[in-house]
Every structure is written in C-alpha cells, then in structure tokens.
Ligand binder design. Structure first.
Ligand code: ZN
Length: 443
C-alpha cells in the first residue's frame, strides 16, 4: 500500500515521528491538567488528595502520579452532586450535547460535549471514515442508534464533514434496513458487527445476492467482532463489502481507535487521546507485548475531560510505524475483552472473543452463541457451557461437539461443555449482544 500514505486525511498529524507526537501530547496534557485543576472541584480534590499539582507533570510518564478515574467514581460523583457531578471543566453555557454511557451495568454517566468538542469529535470521526475509504459522494446508511448513543450523531456529523449523503436509518428493524440497502443504494454501511451478521443472514433468507447491492464499505463498532478474522469474513461475504473495525466509548468519544487498510490493529487518535496500558494487578505500565487495561486521557476535550479514565477494556499496544505510514499506536487484534469479562475456568484465563474466534470458524454453526457460567453444587466447581446454534438438524452432533471442543481446547487450554440449540433460538439484537450468562452462586 505504498500510495495509501498520500491519501491520509491529515498526513502531517498522522505520520509525525513519535518524538513530535509525544511533545504535542505533553503540551496538551499540561493545558488539560491546568484547566481541570482550576475549573473542576472533582479533579482539584483528586489531585490534592494524591499530592500532585499540574506542574508536577513534566513528562508523559509523570501522568502516572495521578490516580485513575473509574466509572463507579463518576456515578457516585453524580449521585452526590446531581445532576452532572463536578467533573466538568467548562461552564454550563458552553455545553451543547449529552452522550451518556449506555447504563447496561448501572446508572448512566453523563458525558457532555462543548461546541469545540462536537467539532473535534466530528473531525476525528471523519478522519476515521476517510481512512476506511469513504469519500465525498458516498451514500452512508447509518444503522447506529441515534439519540443518546455516542456513535449515531457523531458519525452523522462526520459524514456531512466528508461531503456524503446520509440515510439516518438508526435503530430501524433489519427488514426495513434491507429495504433501504436495496432501494436507496447506499455505498457505506455503519452498524454493530452482530447486526451486520444478522443483516447478512436476512439477505440470504430473502434471496437477495450481496452483489446486487451498491455497498462497498462497512464500518463496524459498538462491540468487538469485526477484527476477528472469521467474523469479518462472514460479514464481508454476507454483505459484499470490505469490513473495518473501530472502537469507542461514551466517556472518551466514538471512533477513538480504528483500522487502516493494512488491518494490523486499530490506530488510536493519539493527537486527541493519550492511551496508556496498565497491568490491573500492579497498576504499572505494561511491558511491550503484554496485554493490559486501556487508560485514557483527553488531550483536547473541553466540557467533561477524562484524566486517566479506567476503560476496563483489555488490549495490547504497538508503537511501531504501520505500513500505512501512520505513527499513531495500534492495538493488534482490537479489544481483547473486558477486564471483568475475563473467565477463569479450571485455572485457565480467557475472554469471550477467543471463544467467538473458534466458533466462527465452524460453518455448521450460526453466528449467535452464549457462554453460560454456572455452579456445580455437588462438586462446588464452576461449569462453563458454550451454547451454539446448528444451521441444520442433519448434522452429526456428537462428532461436531468433539471437533468444537478440540478447537476450543487448543485456543483456551480447557474445553467448555457444548450445548446445541435449533437455528434461530438465541435472541438477535440491533445493539450490543450479551454473550455471557452468569448463573454462578457467589461463594
Ligand atoms: Zn495503519
């Protein structure tokens, strides 16, 4: 891809040397810490408690002197100082939009964008779409839920910045989405990977060939999946597209990491977000190649900046220059899992994405699955069962079970039990699929 470098959205920012990038980051960190200390009581109290003044941060690694911020902490802050807590660093008259966390694991946390935040987030999301190959004149079907979810509005704004026509289908049901894919001839689809897989399934059931659509590019986020090779292949063949993965979270912003045409990991927007990788046991920076929890700091965010936000998402980090020319660090393989989704079973530690990778390599199985964790009370041990759907009832299940378990054992070092269901039994979702069903009794 020798020519891709010329086609970057902002080549000067995306290909600067690591030294230049780090000095830009340091300048922005200093600006951010000073304004947080001066304007946010939440941060002032936090820094004072840690005995750190903004001017004590003289290098990027000095940021580790500051404590991390957790979602639970923001929730408690909001509860104590309703409605928005005291972590905003700009005055209310500068606030423009609220994008809360989804609230799937407790009360939602409010994240606020100023006008400048809307512009910056729009701009880096446009850069993300550009790097996927989206160009002026493309027609974008935006199947990300609009409204509160951070991905819908930001990709809508970004499509406008790029000069594209947007079809704001949002959370419209699958069959209506397909009507638009056929009728309005979009060239780009934005969706969650599980919804994209389902759209592919429905297309096949409706006997619509992917080649008859105008789709060229798919941008997938909201949950891990598109960077898993077997999942990507299914999405690509199901919809006749090139599929790209991105990662974002409401507290930090949408598309803060995304793939390039080389598909060697997701590149971070390191000019807007500082990314650290922290070992959750020692709370120290990870060694190269070691997986750890992503901790993020807003470098340009005005309204509700996050300083060392504990994402709870596990990844690796590679700072070597990519073949695409970019110097912004990459996470090979994308997000590996949630730190607290890690399954410990018979001494082995693994993440749901590893199970997904194995299951998606079996063409006898559908794309849906669940991981059930339960307690075997007689033996006071945990049981892990992977629930899958067979595409056909004529399959020799005993033989298939043996092959799936062997493949799982090779990946995880242990072999969970397998339970087969009829195709279509497991719930399909347009939003984030819930893969783990935890019925374990607390000990
Ligand atoms: Zn790259």
């Amino acid at each position: 891809m020798g020519s891709s470098r010329l086609e970057l959205y902002e080549p000067a920012l995306e290909t600067m040397s690591r030294e230049e990038l780090q000095s830009l980051q340091l300048k922005r960190i200093k600006w951010q810490l000073k304004r947080c200390y001066e304007n946010s009581v939440f941060y002032k109290e936090k820094f004072d408690k840690a005995g750190v003044k903004p001017e004590d941060v003289r290098s990027i690694s000095d940021i580790t002197k500051l404590p991390v911020v957790t979602k639970q902490e923001l929730r408690e802050e909001q509860e104590k100082y309703p409605p928005y807590g005291r972590y905003a660093a700009s005055p209310p008259e500068d606030w423009r939009e609220i994008h809360p966390t989804t609230g799937t694991t407790g009360a939602q946390v409010y994240n606020i964008w100023s006008e400048k935040d809307v512009q910056n987030i729009t701009h880096w999301t446009a850069r993300t779409l550009w790097n996927f190959g989206v160009r002026p004149g493309d027609i974008i079907q935006n199947a990300f839920s609009y409204g509160l979810w951070v991905a819908g509005m930001s990709s809508h704004y970004a499509a406008r910045e790029l000069g594209c026509l947007v079809i704001p289908t949002g959370a419209t049901p699958a069959d209506r989405q397909i009507d638009y894919l056929i009728g309005a001839r979009p060239t780009v689809l934005l969706a969650t990977p599980s919804f994209a897989l389902y759209l592919g399934e429905r297309l096949a059931e409706r006997h619509v060939s992917p080649e008859s659509l105008a789709l060229r590019i798919g941008c997938f986020g909201g949950e891990p999946g598109a960077e898993v090779a077997s999942t990507r292949k299914k999405i690509e063949s199901g919809l006749g597209i090139a599929a790209f993965d991105y990662y974002g979270l409401a507290e930090i912003g949408p598309t803060c990491a995304s793939e390039c045409p080389e598909k060697t990991g997701i590149h971070w927007v390191e000019d807007h977000v500082l990314v650290e990788l922290v070992n959750p046991q020692t709370m120290k920076w990870c060694q190269p190649d070691e997986a750890g929890v992503l901790v993020m700091t807003h470098l340009t965010k005005e309204a509700t900046p996050m300083i060392r936000y504990w994402s709870n998402d596990v990844a690796r980090l590679d700072v070597a220059r990519c073949a695409c020319g970019r110097t912004h660090a990459r996470s090979p393989g994308g997000i590996l899992g949630r730190a607290d989704d890690m399954i410990v079973y018979r001494g082995a530690k693994f993440y749901p994405t590893q199970i997904e990778r194995v299951l998606r390599s079996f063409k006898e199985l559908s794309d849906e699955y669940r991981i059930e964790l339960a307690t075997d009370e007689k033996r006071s041990t945990n049981i892990c069962t992977v629930v899958v759907e067979c595409l056909s009832e004529d399959i020799d299940k005993a033989q298939l079970e043996e092959r799936v378990r062997a493949a799982l054992r090779a990946e995880l070092q242990v072999a969970p039990a397998i339970r087969f269901l009829e195709f279509g039994t497991l719930e399909r979702t347009t939003f984030k699929a819930k893969r783990i069903v935890d019925k374990r009794k607390p000990n």
